[in-house]
Design a binder for this molecule. Structure first.
Ligand code: SF4
Ligand code: SF4
Length: 140
């Protein structure tokens, strides 16, 4: 573990409060791999091709992202419950939130993340090793 990451050596707490904030709002990207598209489409009960046509767009560099509704909601966010319709199958990018490298780089980055995500600093304590593993699992 790099010296610069040791500010969270005692771990960090996180428990999603299901507010839906991180699945909506300003335009963004939710990167999906082919394996994730296959998994989501199987759960949806449609072919990967149809799932991609309906819910995925390709950015100019060739990467694929889930689409958003005009109001900024991710296409997989339930409008009423504000929860992911496919929570168990959600992409790695979503599974590893909020422990993305840019969010844990410095304490002030984490504090800024916590301002928008009410799940930060509550609930289960994640060890530094768990946090680092999650931050390394996602390419943003
Ligand atoms: S912003 Fe945080 S608490 Fe709200 S849904 Fe996202 S992860 Fe959960
Ligand atoms: S896939 Fe699910 S968890 Fe990820 S941004 Fe969309 S609604 Fe949220």
């Amino acid at each position: 573990m790099g010296e610069k990451l040791l500010w969270y050596r005692e771990g960090l707490k996180f428990c999603c409060q299901s507010c839906g904030v991180c699945c909506s709002g300003c335009p963004g990207f939710v990167w999906v791999t082919q394996a994730e598209i296959d998994r989501l489409s199987a759960k949806f009960g449609i072919s990967s091709e149809l799932f991609e046509k309906l819910f995925v767009w390709t950015v100019p560099d060739g990467r694929r992202s889930l689409k958003e509704y005009p109001n900024g909601d991710c296409v997989l966010l339930d409008e009423k419950t504000r929860m992911c319709k496919f929570y168990e199958e959600r992409p790695t990018q979503c599974k590893t939130w909020p422990f993305w490298s840019q969010n844990i780089l410095k304490k002030k980055c984490w504090d800024a993340t916590a301002e928008s995500c009410p799940g930060c600093n509550c609930g289960r304590l994640y060890s530094a090793e768990e946090i680092e593993k999650q931050s390394l699992a996602v390419e943003l």
